[in-house]
Design a protein around this ligand. Structure first.
Ligand code: ATP
Ligand code: MG
Length: 237
């Protein structure tokens, strides 16, 4: 299997406050990796560093063998939704996606992408009239329309209704089957459990536990959440 992302011994501090220390993990082609951690654990910081939006203090991040942040070619392999997606509010979904495709220098059918996230009938509405869940869906359409090899989703279920959550899960599985590597963060253990192939628990600045979901579901059974919460707290079990 081909490695899509390799995070090695990454260090990050904001001023004198350390956030990440010796943080390492890898994600293979076609794999969904769930990043779990308490508020402030450093999930968004890590994702921003992969996108070249935050400087790395030490260690290295490689996406398809290229150092993080190395220009347009590097970014064309990645799609992302970090926290809540931001758009020009006066534009509509079609316009947003066509601008993005110009930027990415790709020609892809916009209607297909909007259909994928269930926004085809809302495509002419200005974004200012979108609900939170509709914005999340459009953010996802923008993240995948240029067919990246790596998809980074920071709390993608935020604001989605139960149908939206189920659709998002199906969509992630479908994209992973096509070979996309997906890095997903969430606080909702149950949802990560249903979606991810592997889980990494970010605590005290590094991935303290990493496991295949299927293995631990059969080992821990109904106590799965209890174990995960203990790991998230940074306790060793
Ligand atoms: N731009 C910044 N400047 C200074 N400190 C920051 C900055 N961004 C994040 N931090 C701090 O870094 C730590 C990690 O924040 P981060 O947003 O990465 O956590 P998170 O795991 O995404 O949390 P949440 O689950 O709440 O989204 C926090 O202590 C936060 O206060
Ligand atoms: Mg965050």
């Amino acid at each position: 299997m081909k490695m899509v992302i390799e995070v090695k011994e990454v260090e990050k501090s904001y001023g004198s406050v350390p956030v990440l220390r010796h943080c390492s993990f890898c994600i293979e082609e076609g794999e969904i990796y769930g990043l779990l951690g308490v508020n402030g654990a450093g999930k968004t910081t890590l994702m921003k560093m992969i996108l070249g939006l935050q400087q790395i203090d030490g260690g290295s991040i490689l996406v398809l063998g290229k150092e993080a942040g190395a220009g347009a070619e590097y970014l064309s392999n990645i799609g992302s939704v970090i926290e809540n997606p931001v758009f020009y509010e006066h534009l509509n979904a079609e316009e947003i996606l066509s601008m993005h495709l110009i930027y990415m220098q790709k020609e892809v059918n916009i209607l297909d992408a909007l259909h994928l996230v269930g926004l085809d009938t809302e495509r002419k509405k200005p974004i200012s009239q979108y609900s939170l869940g509709m914005k999340q869906r459009l953010g996802l359409a923008r993240a995948v329309i240029h067919q990246p090899k790596l998809l980074i989703l920071d709390e993608p279920l935020n604001g989605l209704d139960p149908i939206g959550i189920a659709q998002m899960r199906d969509l992630m599985r479908k994209l992973a089957k096509q070979g996309m590597a997906i890095l997903l963060s969430s606080h909702i253990i149950g949802e990560i459990l249903k979606t991810a192939d592997r889980i990494g628990i970010l605590s005290d600045g590094s991935i303290k536990q990493e496991f295949k979901v299927a293995e631990k579901v059969s080992e821990w059974g109904e106590h799965f959440d209890d174990h995960v919460v203990e790991f998230m707290r940074g306790e060793t079990v």
